[in-house]
Ligand binder design. Structure first.
Ligand code: PEP
Ligand code: MG
Length: 584
């Protein structure tokens, strides 16, 4: 056996060869009750798990003392004190004995109740303890279900991670030094897990059916993030082919590197802004190295994920200021800071986001911010304060119509007034824009354009909402296509509306970085394309080979196409004709 190939969706390019590390989420076995005779043994099993958990936390503190900051050590110590809390462990044991339920279930029940108690306390410090409780509970369940060695933080050698699914916050915590790539059974091309993988430069394949039935930890794996392929236990011949492909990738990267140093200019001299999508200030250096002329999207939610409480105004200010300083007022580049877009497939334990049946249609982004006003004001003040240190722009996500935009702008005005009262400096002329990612906003573009300084089209959501296709669902990913004529027609309308109102229009969804889409988007009149930093050199290379008139002809020529496939074929023919694809 061996050399078995599994197909999925390639979401972050790159070929990697390494041993597999299979990560399984701990499962609570659905045993509803235990017999009275087993209660003593079950309680003893639980007490031994508690001992192991305390030991594991102590080991972690000792082992990582030099690598963790005070806050992280504080979190671990918090877990340790929860495990010693007289209201926690004894209550779990009581439930095992009195209600005769398995230890895992007793831990889950008590943990949730205990966490809710903390969550409802008015004191912010006590509120934060809810996350410590949940972490302690998770650790106990992992030990009880025998999965303790199977955590993402236990990866200390170079591997390809294989999992059923990874959350967005799992992904941003991956250690790039060890996790060379990952493959999952679930997931879609523009789920945030995939987006974060791409922006972190981690090759990834998602939506691989039954992957976990085929791969075992320790198997050699080839991961092809471009073609969406995983090859398990490859033979020598296959290994040779893929090693050669990796070498070719490296050669192409070297050719493209020189474009990262150049401005994005079309063959006829027309300028286009090629910008980067970032998640945190620490990404700025890499994106500038790759040739970003601006930041077209900072997904600020990354600062909010994988924490136990919301970042303070000061913490956020430092983060945004560091980005602003990379784009000083004396230069032409700027950075768009998008206000918090949490909810959907990005969850936190501390923002009281209820479990919803349709999270992507629910309490997310601007809707959550307009409801949790203090959270929103804190962020707006932090961004405004940072705007005194460089060219920043503010962008609101998920705007669905005029009223929502007015409400968001009123909040911005409130944040400005508070800073004025406190005598704190900010850029009074900071440009304000919106993401156009909901079809209603796209259709209302002419009205909305009168109210803002810029648009940025978010195709990741625009596609899912226009075509009613969940962006994270691998089963219907065949329907998810930004070349769909309905989507292209909305993009065309938004670009025209923006230009008629003399405001700029960019794109920061995944389509903007697709080599095949770039000439079409240029022809549709976009002024800025913002993408994962790694895609920038190739985008500049493509732009250097095309001219405005040809791109417009392409954009006009697809107006009569009735299917995504027909548009894709024209885009491919254009790319071939102009020698845009490096492989051809
Ligand atoms: C988008 O929807 O295209 C976008 C850029 O935002 P996000 O992917 O963060 O939802
Ligand atoms: Mg979006």
């Amino acid at each position: 056996m061996g050399n078995e190939s599994c197909k999925g969706i390639g979401v972050s390019e790159g070929i990697r060869i390494a041993k597999a590390f299979v990560y399984r989420q701990p499962v609570v076995h659905e045993v509803k009750s235990i017999s009275a005779d087993c209660a003593d043994a079950e309680a003893a099993r639980f007490q031994s798990a508690v001992k192991n958990a305390v030991q594991a936390v102590e080991d972690l503190i000792a082992r990582s003392a030099n690598m963790l900051d005070e806050k992280q050590i504080g979190i671990l110590k918090g877990q340790k004190s929860i495990l010693a809390d007289p209201a926690y462990v004894p209550e779990i044991e009581k439930r095992i004995r009195k209600q005769l339920i398995p230890a895992e279930q007793a831990v889950k029940q008590v943990t949730e109740q205990f966490a809710a108690l903390f969550e409802n306390m008015p004191n912010p410090y006590m509120k934060e303890r809810a996350a410590d409780v949940r972490d302690a509970g998770r650790r106990l369940v992992q030990i009880l279900s025998g999965e303790a060695g199977n955590t993402l933080s236990s990866i200390h050698e170079k591997v390809i991670l294989v999992a059923d699914d990874l959350s967005a916050s799992d992904t941003i915590q991956l250690d790039r030094q060890y996790v060379l790539g990952f493959a999952t059974e679930k997931g879609g091309k523009t789920a945030h897990t995939s987006i974060f993988a791409k922006s972190m430069g981690i090759p990834a394949v998602v939506g691989v059916t039954d992957l976990l039935d085929h791969v075992h930890s320790g198997d050699t794996l080839i991961l092809d993030g471009e073609n969406g392929e995983c090859i398990i236990s490859p033979d020598e011949k296959t290994l040779k082919i893929y090693r050669e492909k990796m070498e070719k990738e490296n050669r192409q990267r070297a050719i493209l590197e020189k474009f990262s140093k150049q401005k994005a200019v079309l063959a006829d001299g027309k300028r286009m802004i090629v910008a980067a999508n970032i998640g945190a200030a620490k990404d700025t250096d890499f994106c500038l190295n790759q040739g970003a002329e601006a930041v077209g999207l900072m997904r600020t939610e990354q600062i909010f994920l994988s924490r136990t409480s919301a970042p303070t105004e000061e913490e956020q200010f430092k983060e945004y200021k560091a980005v602003a300083e990379a784009f000083p007022s004396s230069g032409t580049g700027s950075a768009i800071i998008r206000t918090l877009d949490i909810g959907g497939d990005k969850e936190t334990s501390y923002l009281s986001i209820p479990k919803e049946k349709n999270p992507f249609l629910g309490y997310r982004a601007i809707r959550l911010c307009l409801d949790q006003k203090e959270l929103f004001l804190t962020q707006l003040k932090a961004i405004l304060r940072a705007s005194a240190f460089g060219n920043l722009r503010i962008m609101f996500p998920m705007i669905s119509g005029h009223e929502e935009l007015t409400a968001a702008k009123n909040m911005l005005q409130e944040a400005k007034s508070q800073l004025d009262k406190a005598g704190i400096a900010y850029d009074a002329k900071i440009p304000v824009g919106i993401m156009v990612e909901i079809p209603s906003a796209a259709l209302m573009a002419r009205t909305l354009a009168k109210e803002v300084d810029f648009f940025s089209i978010g195709t990741n959501d625009l596609v899912q909402y226009t075509l009613a296709v969940d962006r994270g669902n691998e089963k219907i990913s065949y329907l998810y296509d930004y070349f769909n004529p309905a989507v292209i027609s909305l993009i065309r309308h938004v670009a025209q509306a923006a230009h008629d109102s003399h405001i700029s229009v960019g794109m920061c969804g995944g389509m903007a970085g697709d080599p095949l889409a770039i000439p079409l988007l240029t022809g549709l009149g976009l002024d800025e394309l913002s993408m994962a930093a790694g895609a920038i050199p190739q985008a500049k290379y493509i732009l250097s080979k095309v001219n405005t008139a040809d791109c417009r002809v392409l954009a006009d020529s697809i107006a009569d196409c009735t299917t995504p496939q027909a548009i894709r074929i024209r885009a491919q023919a254009f790319a071939k004709e102009h020698g845009l694809l490096m492989d051809s």
